[in-house]
Design a protein. Structure first.
Length: 153
């Protein structure tokens, strides 16, 4: 009886680990389902706040944002403002080059900003997962998870 219970617990843990890996490592959303691919044009006029960069939560009370404005993106890395081109080539998202201001901020904020901008420059695809937006690399690995940015934020 003890071995059956142990087997059931191990099976449950294995299933949870597999589901967690699919969400953290890939572009899939809840339940491993792929999202709806969207273009930068589809997102024109929208604003987003970054919730995760490569599976890691962002620094509390530091707003990293992304806005789509036609063939441009604008936003904040948490310390500095940035802007750059955005478009598509052969069905893939093309970002950059990016230009940003050069303010100095605490180390944790600067580190987050560097990781965020590097992730944007590696972006190849965007997917909608309900109200969330995932930015993926060329291999389909989720680089960024973003949520809608409220107008008063």
């Amino acid at each position: 009886m003890g071995f059956r219970r142990l087997g059931a617990v191990l099976t449950a843990l294995a299933l949870l680990g597999t589901a967690a890996a699919g969400v953290a490592d890939g572009g899939a959303g809840e339940g491993g389902e792929p999202g709806e691919r969207v273009s930068a044009r589809d997102l024109d006029g929208s604003n987003w706040r970054v919730e995760e960069i490569r599976g890691a939560a962002v620094v509390d009370r530091v707003l990293s944002s992304l806005g789509f404005r036609g063939d441009r993106i604008v936003g904040s890395g948490g310390c500095n403002r940035f802007q750059g081109g955005v478009g598509e080539e052969d069905g893939r998202l093309v970002v950059g080059p990016l230009a940003s201001t050069r303010r100095a901020c605490p180390t944790a904020v600067m580190d987050q900003e560097q990781r965020y901008l590097a992730a944007l420059e590696r972006a190849a695809y965007q997917e909608r997962h309900g109200s969330l937006l995932h930015i993926l690399d060329a291999d389909g690995v989720r680089l960024l998870r973003l949520a809608p940015l409220e107008a008063d934020a």
